[in-house]
Ligand binder design. Structure first.
Ligand SMILES: Nc1ncnc2c1ncn2[C@@H]1O[C@H](COP(=O)(O)OP(=O)(O)O)[C@@H](O)[C@H]1O
Ligand SMILES: [Mg+2]
Length: 356
């Protein structure tokens, strides 16, 4: 439910949800669901206004993927007293289901199944010139097949996935009519899943109107890495690197510092490789250790796979070379270098037998 006379950004977000809901509703009516991607977008059913409140009705499509991937426990030291924000006392760790996903053949097939369905949903958007802009496990709802009450299956498998939350999505119509005069901004996306161009330039889409779809492609890459690493903090630097960096970032505000940490994490993943500045531009007081680490960064396939393996709590890393290569094509620094959704869907990762 949404108050039409409430805050403008919330009102507009609801109107965008309705706009995109209607587009997909009409598409599934007229094409009788021959388009596979439509089976992976949440079903919008109806909307109505009662006493100035807009009601949007969606079919309940299951539970969010993040609830399956993680389980929470109370942090030691919290005495159980009620707090306004209970999450303050929770520690998130990867679930037993995630462990199954990582360590069994069936689990790896399931991971591929989920990523394929996500890409099919993205294809349904991109084929209509829609960029979702807020792809993340919380916005992916999954449901077990109806016949899976079969007791022999221990873990939720063969899940069907649907994409929700089109409140941040853009297309030519919403850009013109449903984003107010300021246009879309970084307020509507989640920084952890946003590509470099969106992190660095608030109004990047004005400069790259043909590349907004690449925003979603990057987010799919982050989600893939998140599933592999079992953490929602994919681009995280070590505490030690952070301390070293902080020495050079004195006086920066928190937001800028966070962007700097993110850039550093992109470097560690070989996504962003600045050229070492010419000698006469170097400020010799800036930490030598940081510079030395940068110059010695090994970006070979083997080195990068090892890095991912080291960050995986199970020490396994990417399931196979094909998933690794797809990941690299999704997480490209320049939007124009990222694969399109069709290219990603026809990648060997989705068409080869799993090796492990
Ligand atoms: N169609 C749906 N089916 C099942 N759960 C849903 C559906 N829509 C939303 N939810 C649940 O509600 C949560 C918030 O919904 P969402 O539309 O993403 O709102 P917000 O903009 O606040 O993130 C989701 O993470 C999901 O758990
Ligand atoms: Mg959401």
């Amino acid at each position: 439910m949404l108050q039409l006379n409430g805050r403008p950004e919330i009102r507009l977000s609801g109107l965008r949800e309705r706009h995109f809901g209607e587009i997909f509703l009409n598409a599934s009516r007229s094409r009788l669901s021959t388009e596979e991607g439509l089976n992976h977008v949440a079903r919008f059913l109806d909307s109505f206004v009662v006493q100035g409140n807009l009601w949007l009705v969606f079919k309940k499509e299951g539970r969010s993927l993040s609830r399956l991937l993680y389980e929470s426990e109370r942090a030691p030291g919290s005495n159980g007293s009620e707090s306004k924000d209970k999450r303050l006392f929770e520690v998130v760790r990867p679930s037993a289901w995630w462990r199954w996903l990582k360590t069994t053949k069936k689990g790896q097939r399931e991971m591929r199944n989920l990523l394929r369905q996500l890409l099919l949903a993205v294809k349904a958007c991109h084929d209509r010139n829609i960029t979702h802009r807020d792809l993340k496990p919380e916005n992916m709802v999954v449901q077990e097949p109806v016949d899976s009450t079969n007791k022999s299956i221990k873990w939720p498998a063969n899940l069907s996935l649907r994409l929700i939350d089109f409140g941040s999505a853009i297309n030519p119509f919403t850009l013109q009519h449903l984003y107010g005069s300021a246009g879309p901004s970084r307020n509507e996306h989640t920084p952890e899943y946003a590509p470099p161009e969106a992190l660095l330039f608030d109004h990047w889409m004005h400069f790259h109107p043909n590349q907004t779809k690449a925003h979603d492609i990057w987010s799919v890459g982050v989600i893939m890495l998140e599933i592999v690493l079992g953490t929602p903090h994919v681009f995280q630097i070590s505490a030690r690197t952070r301390v070293l960096l902080d020495r050079s970032l004195g006086g920066w505000d928190e937001e800028s510092k966070n962007v700097a940490y993110m850039l550093r994490a992109f470097m560690e993943m070989c996504i962003f490789l600045p050229r070492v500045p010419p000698r006469h531009h170097r400020n010799e007081t800036v930490n030598h250790q940081v510079r030395y680490q940068l110059a010695s960064m090994d970006c070979s396939e083997a080195a990068l796979q090892r890095k991912i393996q080291q960050r995986d709590p199970l020490g396994l890393g990417m399931p196979d070379i094909w998933s690794f290569r797809l990941l690299r094509q999704l997480l490209q620094w320049y939007p124009e270098d990222r694969v399109s959704v069709d290219e990603a869907l026809s990648h060997p990762y989705f068409h080869r037998n799993l090796q492990r």
